[in-house]
Design a protein around this ligand. Sequence first.
Ligand code: NAI
Length: 356
Amino acid sequence: MDSAQRAETPLATLDHEELVIRRGRRTGAYTIVAVHSTILGPSLGGCRLWRYESSAAAARDALRLSRAMTFKAAAAGLRLGGGKGVICAAPGGPPSGKERRALLHDFADTVNVLGGSYVTAEDVGTSARDMAAIAERTKHVAGLSTARGGSGNPSPFTARGVEAAMRACCESAFGSPDLRGRKVAIIGAGRVGSQLAKRLSKAGAKLLVADIDDSRRERVRDLPGVKWTDPSSAMLADVEVVAPCALGGVIDQVNVGKLRCRVVCGAANNILAHEGLADDLAAENILYAPDFIANAGGIINVSLELNGYEPEKARAGARGIEQTMRNLLQEAGEAGITPLAAAYRLARRRLGEASG
Ligand code: NAI
């Protein structure tokens, strides 16, 4: 069975604890929460505000993303389960003003139905400000601004964690974790990608940075060692590390054989169009850092909010991803499996220990 066939295997993993779909009483919009697992603790996962083709597509997204959160939290050693929220936005631009607030309050009602087994936070399409609006109707919310005693913007912590993961990957691939002089292509110069560029530039790496939005160039223009290019050139560039920091699915059946890097390590969720590609990358001798390990800095940061937020603990947690990744690569090497398979093993072990 090749990796494309494996990708078509039906979803045999519908093993979620709860799925709540409600039509909001204020707006009539569908709001959805999927709780995959609370074995390790309350499920934590961002609230995505997005325009979906259908409410079924939105529910599918919530189911898929909540499951990924279970593995991310477990592998990061957090006492948290996996959940995800979705708000189905109406066609047109992102809602604003009163309409947005009503939508967020409708979502808060759905969060309350779960009675605390799901805690929401920011995600694609939502911000710390939106979390403040949600907090007007439910206490099961994290990701509030630092001014309100929350953990604030997670992106710097995510970038810190990706850099930490990259060091462990470089150590494994090149014999040294030092990033000085390493050629790295960053695809996506958004909140995480631009922070990562700053960190890697400071560490002495030589960077190619790309984004479909050319205005993002301003964010990295003055950094030493940075060149700007277009996303497809960056992906296939002659660099040592490719760091996808935009949307998911950037490594697919078509480009997997054309990559020239030795390491793929970035922040994007679901970097691989399907997970069978992890085997294809290994066959090409490319080290793929599992995304849910490399990008866990953000959830480590927000998780600390639940027991009294301390930024230094968040920084230490994100730095700790280097050791997690090192252990994982060692286990993968010893067992003759991919780092992705080793990451699932680690998460399943933690879930197994917790469920006795
Ligand atoms: P963002 O929305 O701030 O930045 C994404 C950037 O990617 C934008 O500048 C956009 O123009 C660019 N982009 C979109 N499509 C592109 C393409 N085809 N080629 C090149 N650039 C493209 O998002 P953010 O917060 O920086 O997140 C980036 C990724 O990391 C997402 O996949 C997100 O799910 C993931 N992530 C983010 C975390 C965080 O703390 N912000 C935590 C964990 C994962």
